[in-house]
Design a binder for this molecule. Structure first.
Ligand SMILES: [Fe+2]
Length: 226
């Protein structure tokens, strides 16, 4: 065996180098044009390309409900029969997918957040939350993995930048607990939890809250390992 062959052979315990992405793409295009199946050496790269990046987790914080409230649907702007008209109304929507990009059928998404005055429905927050604001909601995903909530744009409280707490469950298993941030909010750079995220993780859980016909709209795509 020549020295070159020895050096290029995969060694146990070492990762095989990634193929050049330009050559990989060219080979795929040429193969597809010729009606050919991808060669065996490309298969691991294709599988890797289909693997989505997992949504990063964040701390649950101290204000997850002690008892799930009676009204826990996806409309946080109506608690029982009382409507909450404060703050900026938001449609928060997205999908829950697994690492292969498949909808996570059967998943439940929960969100909780403070009211416009910065108070949670939680004994640890002194029972000061506005009773008209539902504060917590949950919904199942549809067959395409989609979910949607009606809530408010989160606000700053104490030292925390605006955020919405998010949890994803599959039956009783908790697959993700994280926090969602508002892109461009000046408080993000001062927030101790947001600052410790790397660039990719910030991008994954910090989304635009853009204008919509009836308030704001934010889209939060979630990827979990099922
Ligand atoms: Fe919080």
């Amino acid at each position: 065996m020549s020295a070159g062959a020895r050096n290029s052979a995969p060694r146990a315990g070492f990762e095989t180098p990634m193929p050049n992405p330009i050559l990989l793409r060219r080979a795929l295009i040429l193969g597809a044009a010729a009606g050919l199946a991808a060669p065996a050496w490309l298969s691991p790269a294709i599988a890797q390309a289909r693997t989505l990046r997992r949504t990063p987790g964040q701390t649950e914080g101290p204000f997850y409900p002690v008892d799930i409230p009676a009204d826990n649907d996806a409309d946080l702007l109506r608690n029982g029969q009382v409507r909450y008209a404060k703050g900026q109304a938001v449609w928060l929507e997205g999908t829950v997918l697994d690492l292969d990009g498949k909808p996570l059928t059967g998943a439940t998404v929960e969100i909780w957040q403070c009211d416009v005055n910065g108070h949670y429905h939680h004994p640890g927050d002194g029972g000061k939350a506005d009773p008209a604001f539902q504060g917590f909601g949950r919904t199942g995903v549809d067959r395409d993995g989609r979910y949607r909530f009606r809530t408010i744009r989160p606000v700053q409280y104490s030292s925390r930048t605006p955020h919405i707490h998010v949890k994803v469950k599959l039956d009783t298993a908790e697959l993700l607990t994280t926090q969602l941030y508002v892109q461009g909010d000046p408080g993000n750079q001062r927030d101790f939890l947001w600052r410790r995220l790397n660039e990719a993780d910030r991008a994954a859980i910090t989304v635009p809250f853009g204008t919509a016909a009836d308030g704001l709209k934010a889209t939060f795509p979630i990827v979990v390992q099922a």
